[in-house]
Design a protein around this ligand. Structure first.
Ligand SMILES: [Zn+2]
Length: 271
């Protein structure tokens, strides 16, 4: 439980540990501490450092009593100077300035330590938030890309001049199948399945075969199941295809087919 006074009281943790709170502050802080797991954790994590530092203070210094004695001594000074010059100074006070400055350094150090761990905590959360934002951004770009592709695929499939070409698996891959949709005005969509994974350094390349020569329509990258859908822009002056083919070629593709055919099909009707 963290009560509403946490923000106000948590800075007192360091002073509490070194016994530098007034009785009123101490009572208030202890009441809060009972209900606040965050402050309990803070105290628990600071205590070893405080114990180590207090050990460094001369053993005759009673830390709990320190503030009261320092204050009393400061209050005593004027009267000692003014009215009772002969009054012997209390013994053992030589350590007071040292202890007081140690205490101040300790309290400051603890405060800085608290601040530093809070800053680190905030930095970690900021880095995490930025990473999440970047990942969301990448996801949005990916979705936008997919949406654009889906839109151009749909545009081809809805074309008034759509032609369909079935491609059959060749001896290199008898199980492979593909279907191409071609619109002179809108482009080409090819969807293939059961293509075996290409050997290292080789890629599948799609060809639009015209009466003249085969024209490369791009590379195909099937997924792990051997499926791929590709949407390809084709030039409006593309000569009418007489066939479509997929061959296995060196990575990066080639200007004219050189490798074995994996898929081949001709239009069912004249285009
Ligand atoms: Zn608290």
């Amino acid at each position: 439980m963290t009560d509403s006074r946490h923000a106000e009281l948590t800075d007192l943790a360091g002073l509490y540990l070194v016994g530098a709170l007034t009785p009123g502050e101490r009572q208030e802080f202890e009441a809060h501490l009972e209900t606040c797991a965050v402050c309990q954790g803070e105290i628990g994590s600071m205590r070893p450092a405080v114990d180590a530092l207090l050990l460094a203070v001369p053993s005759r210094v009673p830390p709990i009593d320190l503030r009261r004695r320092v204050l009393r001594d400061v209050a005593d000074l004027p009267s000692a100077a003014d009215s009772e010059p002969q009054k012997p100074r209390p013994t053992g006070l030589a350590w007071i300035p040292l202890a007081a400055s140690l205490l101040a350094a300790l309290a400051l150090g603890l405060y800085a330590w608290q601040l530093r761990s809070r800053v680190q905590n905030l930095e970690t959360r900021l880095a995490l938030a930025m990473e999440q934002a970047a990942s969301a951004q990448r996801e949005i770009l990916g979705l936008r890309q997919a949406a654009l592709e889906a839109r151009s695929t749909l545009a081809v499939l809805a074309a008034p001049d759509l032609a369909r070409i079935e491609l059959a698996g060749q001896p290199a891959a008898p199980q492979a199948r593909a279907r191409a949709f071609w619109s002179r005005s809108r482009g080409l969509v090819l969807t293939a399945s059961n293509l075996p994974p290409p050997p290292p350094g080789r890629v599948y390349q799609l060809w639009v075969v015209t009466a003249d020569r085969p024209i490369s329509a791009g590379l195909l990258e099937p997924n792990a199941s051997g499926d791929v859908t590709a949407t390809i822009q084709t030039p409006a002056d593309l000569p009418t295809p007489v066939a479509m083919a997929v061959t296995l070629e060196p990575a990066g593709g080639v200007p004219l087919p050189t490798g074995e055919r994996y898929l081949l099909g001709t239009p069912a009707t004249n285009l």
